[in-house]
Design a protein. Structure first.
Length: 324
């Protein structure tokens, strides 16, 4: 068992065996050994909080702990997906009530005509309301003009990315998502959110490129953009994943676990995504084994996202699990 409980009686460090007995997820261990990572640059792995229970109380515990750990204060926003707001909707609505003065935020899709952005923003808001947000406060971040170009340190293809100015006005950003697979990026986690959903239409164009190729450079640009956004929002953003409604494919003889696996949260988006993958595949794939898969399989499953993060030293694929 690793970690300390001093002053944190509500969080319990867990071993693989203990977590496996609790959630049938023996693979999500207290610490993924650093020796499995090709380029671990963390001597103190980030924490990933975990609850096998998908409930309002569990969500509140994880979000509150993350916001406290981050020391974030001020105007609070909760990320919502424009076409999937009805998934776990009661939890999203409950969290907004739990965080006084908070609103939901989203951006528009890729739009090649800026003049059409306000109309598209209104259409997205209308869709969100039809899906159940009704009278909830919603901020479509790029409805109004205004953007900021943020640097990408260590990017392989992109050196900067454009984000809506509205994004950086929040004191607390809760990147709350329902893990999704399959998807264009293999799986939809926090890296995908950061690199696509948080950038302007120009930013989306830079990441996707004409023709929307789903090739290694796309994943590399996605990771570049995600790192730029994460760095710009550092200290203000927390990452929370609900694993409840997805269908991952098996990888060789390793079976994917689908169903209601719980809630994960971290201040590190890469650690949160890696922990989700480890939970789904029962920890039976080491980082080295994931990296050694054929490129076509890594692209299809989205695992190349995690490898790209490792290469540009974005986040950490090693982490410490704390049960909340």
């Amino acid at each position: 068992m690793t970690g300390e409980q001093k002053g944190k009686s509500a969080s319990v460090p867990m071993s693989r065996r203990q977590l496996g007995a609790l959630a049938g997820a023996a693979g999500l261990g207290a610490v993924v050994p650093a020796s499995q990572a090709a380029e671990s640059n963390r001597s103190d792995p980030p924490r990933v909080y975990y609850s096998p229970e998908i409930s309002e109380a569990a969500l509140f515990r994880i979000v509150d702990r993350l916001i406290s750990d981050a020391g974030a204060k001020g105007k609070t926003g909760i990320k919502v997906h424009s076409s999937e707001a009805n998934i776990n909707l009661p939890l999203f609505l409950a969290l907004r009530r739990h965080l006084p003065g908070s609103d939901f935020y989203e951006t528009t899709w890729l739009d090649y005509d800026p003049a059409q952005t306000p109309k598209l923003a209104s259409e997205i808001e209308a869709t969100l309301r039809r899906l159940g947000l009704k009278d909830e406060p919603i901020n479509i971040l790029n409805r109004l003009p205004g953007s900021k170009t943020v640097p990408i340190r260590g990017g392989r293809h992109l050196k900067s990315i454009e984000v809506p100015s509205e994004l950086l006005k929040y004191g607390v950003l809760v990147d709350l998502l329902n893990f999704k697979s399959p998807g264009f990026s293999g799986f939809v986690g926090h890296v995908k959110n950061l690199g696509i959903a948080y950038v302007t239409s120009c930013g989306k164009q830079a990441v996707h490129q004409p023709g929307y190729p789903k090739d290694p450079p796309f994943y590399e640009r996605l990771e570049d953009a995600a790192k730029g956004v994460a760095d710009a929002a550092r200290g203000h953003i927390v990452y929370v994943t609900i694993l409840s409604d997805y269908r991952c494919e098996d990888i060789g003889s390793v079976k994917a676990r689908n169903g209601r696996l719980g809630i994960l949260g971290s201040l590190d988006p890469v650690a949160a995504d890696q922990a989700s993958v480890d939970l789904i595949y029962d920890g039976k794939l080491t980082i080295a084994q994931m990296n050694a898969l054929p490129m076509a399989r890594k692209l299809k499953t989205g695992l190349y996202q995690l490898e790209c993060a490792e290469r540009i030293r974005f986040g950490s694929r090693t982490y410490r699990v704390m049960k909340l």
